[in-house]
Design a protein around this ligand. Structure first.
Ligand SMILES: [Zn+2]
Ligand SMILES: [Zn+2]
Length: 280
């Protein structure tokens, strides 16, 4: 399938603490995949345990983007974005940072339930799959409602909702179980808030590479989003290796269309361009 109408707008390079990939390798891979663009979305995570490692360096990152645009800018759109971890105690700090950012696309993500980082096994001690999942979705609702209130004040600050049902990645890994359907009521409220906020959910294809049988979110949530009036989605591989840029996009586009969605949103300067799902 041709991918020359869409961007991969969730990916990392060595400017993220958990990734070693040279950014130019990502650009070359995106050109090879035939994508119209890629947007780097390096981690900015004010959660105290993540922040110690996160070491987000805006100046160096911006210099890299400038250099890549000079070298490859005629062949592909290269965006500068950021994946912001929602952390209740440092929202002013987060907003101050974003006010000066000059980003193409800002992803809002939740990686922790309060102080428990989802990806750590010890965070799940004394926490059942249903209880942890409930807490995750409730917390995510709070994050999305925060983004909605911020976006309503003026020019949108948050553009994409990252990996909506991320919790299933870790409950599957640690317990071979998930509790997403049981939270359909909270997910409905999350989707309504996304629509009110102009926050576009992504289809994050990374779980397909990790042995799960669906992306984040899965088809039931995507269908529900379309039923509630959602029309557009964002596409993100969440690649931490250049080989994974654009991975799973064919299947993601087919799934989006089968779920009743019509557009892919491609961001530049935080403004979405809606491109028809053109799957020939
Ligand atoms: Zn993430
Ligand atoms: Zn990511």
């Amino acid at each position: 399938m041709k991918l020359d109408f869409c961007y991969d707008q969730h990916l990392h390079s060595r400017h993220s603490f958990d990734c070693q990939t040279p950014p130019e390798d990502n650009v070359r891979a995106a050109i090879d995949r035939g994508l119209a663009g890629l947007i780097f979305t390096e981690h900015f995570d004010p959660h105290p345990e993540e922040w110690r490692e996160c070491v987000y360096d805006h100046q160096t990152y911006t210099g890299t983007i400038r250099r890549l645009r000079e070298e490859f800018g005629e062949r592909i759109f290269i965006g500068q974005g950021v994946e912001v971890g929602y952390y209740r105690e440092r929202l002013d700090f987060t907003l101050d940072f974003l006010a000066d950012g000059g980003f193409d696309c800002v992803i809002l993500s939740l990686h922790a339930i309060d102080h428990r980082l989802l990806h750590l096994r010890e965070s799940w001690e004394n926490l059942s799959v249903p209880e942890g999942s409930r807490r995750y979705f409730t917390h995510l609702l709070e994050a999305v409602e925060f983004a909605r209130d911020v976006n309503r004040r003026g020019r949108p600050v948050f553009n994409v909702l990252g990996h909506l049902d991320l919790v299933k990645r870790y409950t599957r890994r640690f317990f071979a179980d998930e509790s997403v359907e049981a939270n359909a009521d909270v997910i409905d409220r999350i989707l309504h808030a996304c629509l009110d906020a102009g926050l576009i959910p992504e289809i994050n294809t990374s779980t397909w590479r990790q042995g799960l049988d669906e992306p984040m979110p899965g088809s039931a949530v995507l269908r529900r989003y379309a039923e509630l009036g959602g029309r557009a989605i964002s596409l993100g591989s969440d690649a931490h290796r250049a080989d994974d840029i654009g991975a799973g996009f064919d299947d993601a586009l087919l799934l989006a269309r089968a779920s009743g969605l019509s557009y892919v949103a491609c961001f530049r300067d935080t403004r979405p361009q809606l491109v028809s799902l053109n799957l020939d």
